[in-house]
Design a binder for this molecule. Structure first.
Ligand SMILES: *Cc1c(COP(=O)(O)O)cnc(C)c1O
Length: 396
């Protein structure tokens, strides 16, 4: 008999769409894959070189559990440079990806029965990581009119004596929206008043467009910094998803607990990937700007094409690499053998009949939407949106 907790969680739905799309592709179908959650760019050359050098020099043994000093120092410099945040090494832990940092936080903070506030649409792993601790995800709806950011009055209503933490993700996966300074200040005030932790997932901080600015909630003041664990990583900024390096910064007692937990599970993140991460954080940053500009062009193209489809409306996201169009108008419609009653039905229809992979909004706790990743070429975007348009036109 398996442990009960295995029955509480599901495999990551974004990875599931991706694998079905790859399966169809392997069978010879020409699939446009809008399901992916990773940059399509290659890891920049100087970062790869640093890893090759580390391999050749024999930097292939265990390292300290929470990361090598050199990488922690590079992360401390990054926080100071980009966020105006001052940390010391005991505030930093390096993990096997930001997802792993988040998992360590969940293990370190949540007791069975603790409530954790998760604004929806949410990144797919938050509720399941909370459930794995026998804690309770309290899903709080946000609205398109508010650019899917959490309102103070809504948050206040959800707080109980059991509330332990709130998870904020800005820029957001799946919506691409970011929290304004004012919105963060309101959340911070409520968190302090109720003595709850803030977990701030800032993995898309470098992918921000137009005049929008990323603000880390921890940077508002010292008081809120002492209650915040900031999570970030190399995957999205430097096109390093496969290297598995993420990190967190927070109060030293929390980081110490996370490090103990990590010492009993994965131990250190891969030694040579840590060296690559040092090169990424300390090396030239023009590669980041190049990728950001390319994403921005694709976003502009995708959103404008989507809005040309009758019945689809898509707000212009401020960051990350996803558009989150409203497709509620198509629910309840049907065509030859397909009845569309949910965003899952719609995503299956688009995959099987239009050869386009998207992720259903319900995977992120938001019915009536789909997530389209623009981590793909302009040609693919144009081709994919045209297919979506034709398929949607058939729904009556
Ligand atoms: C991709 C992603 C992560 C995890 O990134 P890794 O560092 O590759 O584990 C965490 N949060 C969000 C919102 C993401 O989109």
């Amino acid at each position: 008999m398996l442990a009960e907790r295995t029955g509480k969680i599901k495999p990551s739905p974004t990875l599931a769409v991706d694998s079905r799309a790859k399966e169809l592709k392997a069978k010879g179908y020409d699939i446009v894959n809008f399901g992916v959650g990773e940059p399509d760019f290659d890891t920049p050359e100087h970062i790869k070189e640093a890893a090759i050098k580390a391999v050749k020099e024999g930097f292939t043994k265990y390292t300290p559990v929470g990361g090598i000093d050199e990488l922690k120092e590079a992360i401390i410099e990054k926080f100071e440079r980009d966020n105006g945040l001052k940390y010391s090494k005991e505030n930093i832990i390096v993990s096997c990806g930001a997802k792993h940092s988040l998992y360590n936080i969940a293990q370190a903070l949540f007791n069975p029965g603790d409530e954790v506030i998760v604004p929806a649409p949410y990144w797919v792993s938050y509720p399941d990581q909370i459930l794995l601790q026998d804690a309770v995800p309290v899903i709080v709806e946000t609205y398109e009119e508010d650019n899917f950011t959490l309102k103070a009055e809504v948050l206040r209503e959800k707080i109980t004596t059991k509330t332990k933490a709130i998870i904020i993700n800005s820029p957001s996966n799946p919506t691409g929206f970011i929290y304004s300074r004012k919105a963060l200040e309101e959340i911070a005030e409520i968190a302090l008043k109720n003595n709850i932790y803030i977990i701030s997932d800032e993995i898309y901080e470098k992918l921000i467009y137009d005049a929008n600015k990323h603000i880390s909630i921890a940077s508002l003041d010292e008081e809120i910094k002492a209650k915040t664990i900031v999570v970030n990583g190399l995957s999205k900024t430097y096109a390093m998803t496969g290297w598995r390096i993420g990190y967190a910064a927070g109060p030293k007692e929390v980081v110490k607990a996370m490090t103990n937990i990590q010492s009993q599970s994965t131990s250190n993140p891969t030694s040579v990937a840590q060296k690559a991460a040092v090169a990424a954080l300390r090396g030239p940053q023009d590669c980041v700007e190049r990728m950001r500009r390319e994403f921005e062009k694709r976003r502009d193209c995708l959103v404008s094409e989507l809005n040309k489809i009758k019945g689809v409306s898509c707000r212009m996201p401020a960051g990350a690499f996803y558009a989150f169009p409203n497709v509620a108008q198509f629910l309840g419609r049907s065509t030859e053998g397909f009845e569309i009653n949910s965003s899952i039905d719609l995503s299956m229809y688009l995959l099987e009949k239009a050869s386009v992979a998207v992720v259903a909004g319900s995977a992120f706790g938001a019915e009536g939407y789909i997530r389209i990743s623009y981590a793909t070429s302009i040609d693919n975007i144009l081709k994919g949106v045209e297919r979506i348009k034709m398929a949607l036109e058939k729904l009556k």
